[in-house]
Write a protein that binds this ligand. Structure first.
Ligand code: HDE
Length: 718
């Protein structure tokens, strides 16, 4: 019996720690039938056993069907009604369970138990999503990612319906339908799907200068994340914490991934969408399934009216951030997402987030976007879930007592006893509680009834510029590349020019690079600015992904291309080293069965090379024998594997025999760079994996990408 490697793919070290989660979420599972049980009898919805589920009731074997066949009729009726309307935005998403643990009390600022009882754990559900694609679209669209969180607290459900980008396109909710219509497929042709590279989107954007800051973020690598696990989350709006005396403190919520931030390249995103449209959901499922659940720190930026008054921008304007250098993010707890759903529809599809779901001690501000959202989310749940009782669905039901006199309605699941259903009454509770009940912040409001944008909302460029200058050169280049790509898909030249005119208010070098990339004959005049753009805001390192690289390959995935006769000692050393990080690996071989290594060990393949392109991995190793390299050097797919890994700036480890494949893939020996590491044997593995911790060898992109020359010549980007 030969030795076998490649059966497990790594990342098991956390498994035991998180195995027993779910806790109260278990409720969900008790009411669900456990399909797959041996011996269970098939019944209809009334519980009547079914004798024949293969043939409809007919008059004679070849005769007409009978209406009397109630099992058939019920089965088809139910099937015909299986779908509910997909979300009008954020239709494609993926939800998982988790637990929040408070580490530091905010008792000084709020009475919310979830934020004051240190050590308490709170069950939660998180749904990640893209925004504009429909439910069946691909995961790697250039788009904002939703990061919606529901905490099942002891004082009721609290939802933070956030995104992975801390600002938004618009300042007032009244523009949301226009913005979404412009981004979604055009109404006549119903394309393009899940992308913003088209006239309608850029037409709206260039006529809406308040979107410029957000555009810098969506054109950056933040909009093509490598995984949900490597994304930050933001509550976006300024919310309010309220203490027992009714005193308010402004707060912005942040979620920071322990594994650090990471994104893919645009060319890679395009290829991932073809190779694995479910890339993000599979990644999350696999990580939790393998026992390496992702963890986020929950942080807050707290500030008072004095800060708000002296801050350069209006804290009610959702197109602005408060830089972390100005108000540091205070970490107060952590959440681990370690619970897979039992049923996608019951949980992920039916979960109903509402911004207005807050608990005592948490409140709102007058941010006009937030106020509009508080109105909108109830409406959308009614449409999608079909009635006012969507809070009875297990995933939406609070995990604390619920008592009120609301009654009846579609799909009511509650069965209150007794004769009293009004209040006040002489029969008994529930009664309101002035001490524990929710109290709104008593804001002093006074003003004329107007439809007017405050003057403090009028600076649309300064923070866009701040974001841009906070990026490393490679990230700046990617923003330029993305703008050129998207605008090149606009057929109307005036739209392209209008965008460049805005860019001139953000960064002249960026405007020049994009104008050059688009082939504009002249630079358009800068767009008129309602407020003169500030050039004094300092760069903020917290805004860059690359500046905050984790420096570790933990949580990432190594692709090991293995041929027959490859050195077993090397492959084994790689596998063990990856597992200990913990990270994961996949063995890719020319044939489905796997490969027989030089000592007879069988390397079991997770992927045949056609199904495992290098875009699916964070770094790759070419563990080839001379014969294997000679065979693969003739294969287009193998050459693509190598040339893509090189073009996507991945670290590449290779045996000396693999040099032949590299050369045939177009990477001549003189092109070999420091991101390519010769692996003579197991002794070279630690250094290789240490380098993979840099995640990408960015220097290469500047050397091999044609557009880099345009950047370096025109922009001198720093
Ligand atoms: Fe949403 N948004 N939104 N949104 N949003 C919805 O609610 C809406 C906004 C966000 O995983 C809908 O249940 C309006 C900002 C997420 O189920 C809908 C406005 C931010 C999700 C809706 C906004 C978000 C939604 C569609 C302008 C980031 C997915 C289905 C004022 C802070 C939640 C649904 C999930 C979903 C309305 C703007 C985030 C139609 C009117 C800003 C993450 O109600």
């Amino acid at each position: 019996m030969p030795k076998v490697i490649g059966k497990d793919t790594g990342a098991t070290s956390h498994a035991a720690e998180f195995e027993t989660r779910l806790g109260e979420a278990g409720e969900l599972h008790q009411i669900a039938p456990e399909n797959g049980d041996e011996g269970a009898v098939l019944t209809n919805q009334q519980g009547v056993p079914v004798a024949d589920d293969q043939n409809t009731l007919r008059v004679g074997a070849r005769g007409p069907a009978l209406l009397e066949d109630f099992h058939f009729r019920e089965k088809i009726f139910h099937f015909d009604h299986e779908r509910i309307p997909e979300r009008v935005v954020h239709a494609r998403g993926y939800g998982v369970h988790g637990t929040f643990t408070l580490k530091e009390s905010l008792a000084e600022f709020t009475r919310a138990k979830i934020l004051t009882e240190v050590g308490e754990t709170t069950p939660m559900f998180v749904r990640f999503s893209t925004v504009i694609g429909n439910k069946g679209s691909f995961d790697l669209a250039r788009d904002v990612r939703g990061f919606a969180v529901k905490f099942y607290t002891k004082e009721g459900n609290w939802d933070i319906v956030g995104n992975n980008i801390p600002v938004f396109f618009i300042q007032d909710a009244i523009k949301f339908p226009d913005m979404v219509h412009a981004a979604k497929p055009a109404p006549d042709r119903e394309f393009p799907q899940a992308q913003t590279a088209h006239d309608n989107f850029w037409d709206f954007i260039t006529l809406t200068p308040e979107s410029m800051h957000m555009i810098m973020w969506t054109m950056s690598d933040r909009a093509i994340p490598r995984s949900y696990r490597f994304m930050e989350g933001f509550g976006v709006h300024t919310f309010r914490l309220i203490d027992a005396n009714g005193k308010g403190t402004y707060v912005k919520f942040h979620f920071k991934p322990r594994l650090g931030l990471q994104s893919v390249l645009w060319n890679e995103a395009l290829k991932i969408n073809g190779a694995d449209p479910d890339f993000h959901r599979r990644d999350l499922w696999d990580a939790i399934d393998l026992g390496a659940p992702p963890i986020w720190d929950l942080g807050v930026q707290l500030f008072d009216d004095d800060f708000a008054d002296q801050f350069e921008f209006d804290v009610l304007d959702a197109t602005k951030i408060i830089p972390e250098e100005q108000i540091p993010v205070r970490i107060i707890g952590e959440f681990v997402l370690d619970g897979l759903v039992d049923n996608f529809f019951a949980e992920t599809e039916q979960v109903a987030f509402c911004t207005q779901n807050v608990v005592p001690g948490v409140g709102f501000t007058n941010d006009p976007l937030l106020q509009g959202r508080n109105f909108s989310y109830l409406d959308t749940q009614l449409k999608r879930l079909g009635g006012p009782n969507f809070t009875h669905i297990p995933i939406n039901a609070p995990r604390c007592p619920v008592h009120n006199f609301q009654q009846d309605g579609h799909m009511n699941m509650r069965n209150p006893k007794g004769r009293v259903n009004y209040e006040p009454n002489s029969w008994g509770g529930p009664r309101e509680s002035p001490t524990t009940g929710y109290r709104h912040f008593e804001a002093a409001e006074n003003g004329r009834k107007v439809q007017e944008r405050p003057g403090t909302f009028s600076d649309h460029y300064s923070q866009a510029r701040q974001f841009f200058i906070s990026q490393t050169a490679i990230e700046q280049k990617h923003i330029g590349d993305a703008l050129v790509f998207e605008l090149s898909k606009c057929e109307r030249i005036d739209i392209r020019e209008r965008m460049v005119a805005h860019l001139r208010n953000i960064d002249e070098r960026l405007a020049l690079v994009v104008a050059t990339g688009l082939g504009l004959p002249t630079l358009p005049a800068p767009a008129p600015a309602a407020s003169p753009p500030l050039t004094t805001l300092p760069p903020s390192d917290a805004l860059s992904i690359v500046k905050r690289a984790p420096g570790s390959f933990a949580g990432r995935k190594l692709g090991i291309l293995v041929s027959d006769g490859a050195p077993a000692a090397l492959v084994e050393a790689l596998v063990e080293a990856v597992k200990s990080l913990p990270a994961v690996y996949e063995i890719i071989t020319p044939k489905t069965a796997g490969a027989v290594l030089d000592d007879g060990t069988v390397a079991q393949a997770k992927q045949k090379i056609d199904g495992g392109p290098s875009v699916l991995y964070d770094a790759v190793v070419l563990a080839l024998s001379p014969e294997g390299a000679a065979m693969l050097a003739k294969d287009k797919t193998a050459k693509d594997f190598v040339s893509d890994a090189f073009a996507h700036c991945k670290f590449i480890g290779y045996t000396s025999a693999a040099e032949l494949l590299l050369t045939k893939a177009g990477i001549a020996p003189e092109d070999f760079d420091e991101g390519m590491i010769a692996l003579e044997g197991p002794q070279d593995v630690p250094a290789f994996l240490a380098q993979c911790g840099q995640l990408r060898f960015w220097t290469r992109e500047m050397a091999i990408d044609l557009d880099a020359a345009v950047f370096l010549e025109n922009a001198g980007l720093d």
